[in-house]
Write a protein that binds this ligand. Structure first.
Ligand code: KE4
Length: 424
């Protein structure tokens, strides 16, 4: 088995044999597979096994694998050079597309990952307000930046504790961690600490505890409270940006944050992150302003071209209704299959991102998400993999549809899932 040989070799030279922990498949009790090719809605592993793919590179590939126009544009650009270290015209092209598509963004800074985007956004908020406290929500993930890799403290104290060794508690305790969708807790935090809160950062639709939609009043209260107390509101739209609509969650819900973080789809599969907002905020970023942030490969021409081709397609075609319909078909099909087997589950779906939770539900925050039977999820994941369906290797992640998933891909996936569930 090539996958096994590759894994042994990988373990020799990389921690856990991977470059991101979730790829080690520990959460699903399986040995990782190595992917070597992707086309449209399909991927192939090193042993030549084909899978219908609902991971889509964690949501980045909204146009499916290797879309012709994007690949062609990247190949042509590569002939001219791979990186320059000075500004390239394609950076303007992608920046203009972001400004045109994302309602609250007038100026944008490109970085190389979602983590860099949220890290820079928090520094910008702290620099502008001169305050130290950051508010985040339990179950939301914003990358591995110290101030955001913080877990909820004990029930009462909402001050964070380090989410991993290596983060000083002095840093962790500057982050307040509140329950998602708990507007009362948010009000209380502002009553007690409002004047010291630099920013609130939130996934406007949570994807990292599995998909959890916001309650209507939750985001509205957040917008009002931050404005009232002079704190900045940061929407982490690394997943939802260009996914839920061409303007992301902020367009869908009609709420404008002060800073927006982007990633994934923004690069069309190549490494790009970004943070942006209205002029008066972004003009505080060096070299125009005094708040420093930099990056050797930021604005890399290949990534800019890949992102531009991807966003142009989304701006011009707006495939969101069709993506939503196909995802609803998939969700309903999976639910019917699990119900026939009497397996307790609940499916949360927003647009073309969804999660099958193995719990009765409803799943409205991290506490309720954690009631899922993760052992059963592991068996479900392995059974699907064995039948040629790839979903994210964790109960607490989102499945993604792409414009490359045709009706018959969905029907074929449902047949394979039905076969797999028989084995559960
Ligand atoms: P990256 O640094 O991994 O590009 O982005 C961090 C990030 C920030 N904000 C949100 C809402 C995110 O979802 C992420 C990264 N997402 C995870 C999976 N949901 C990436 C997968 C991985 O860690 O390998």
């Amino acid at each position: 088995m090539k996958n096994e040989k590759l894994y042994r070799e990988a373990l020799e030279v990389m921690p856990g044999g991977v470059n991101s922990p979730v790829r080690a498949f520990k959460a699903v009790g399986a040995k990782p597979i190595f992917l070597v090719k992707g086309r449209h809605s399909r991927v192939w592993d090193a042993d030549g096994n084909e899978y219908i793919d609902f991971l889509a590179s964690w949501g980045a590939l909204i146009l499916g694998h290797a879309p012709k126009k994007v690949v062609k544009a990247v190949q042509e650009e590569a002939q001219k050079g791979l990186s320059f270290g000075l500004t390239n015209p394609h950076e303007i092209t992608l920046a203009r597309l972001v400004v045109e598509m994302v309602p609250s963004v007038e100026k944008v800074r490109f970085v190389n990952s979602g983590t860099e985007a949220t890290m820079s956004a928090v520094r910008l908020a702290r620099g502008i307000t001169g305050r130290k406290l950051v508010v985040k929500f339990d179950g939301c993930y914003h990358g591995h930046y110290d101030s955001l890799l913080v877990s909820a403290g004990s029930g009462v104290a909402t001050f964070g504790i380090p989410g991993t060794p290596g983060i000083p508690e002095e840093i962790a305790k500057l982050t307040l961690v509140l329950p998602y969708n708990d507007t009362q807790a948010l009000r209380k935090a502002f009553e007690e600490h409002g004047k010291d809160i630099a920013c609130v950062i939130v996934e406007p639709v949570a994807g990292n505890m599995g998909v959890v939609p916001p309650k209507k009043e939750f985001l509205r209260a957040m917008r009002e409270l931050t404005r009232e107390h002079g704190s900045l509101l940061i929407f982490d739209e690394v997943i939802t940006g260009f996914r839920l609509s061409k303007g992301g969650a902020q367009e869908l819900f009609g709420i404008e944050p002060d800073i927006t973080c982007l990633g994934k789809i923004l690069g069309g599969g190549l490494p790009v992150g970004a943070y942006g907002g209205r002029r008066e905020i972004m003009e505080r970023v060096a070299p125009e302003g005094e708040i420093y942030q930099a990056g050797t490969l930021s604005g890399n021409p290949l990534a800019m071209v890949s992102g531009s081709e991807t966003l142009k397609e989304l701006r011009d075609k707006e495939p969101y209704d069709e993506l939503e319909k196909k995802t609803e078909t998939l969700a309903k099909g999976v639910s019917d299959i699990l119900s026939e087997k009497g397996i307790p589950h609940t499916i949360n779906r927003v647009g073309s991102m969804m999660t099958v939770f193995f719990t009765e539900g409803p799943v409205v925050d991290f506490e309720s998400a954690k009631r899922s039977d993760t052992e059963l999820f592991g068996r479900f994941f392995r059974a699907l993999l064995g039948k040629g369906v790839l979903i994210p290797p964790s109960q607490f992640e989102a499945w993604f549809l792409t414009t490359a998933h045709e009706e018959d891909d969905i029907n074929q996936a449902l047949e394979r899932i039905r076969e797999a569930v028989k084995e559960l």
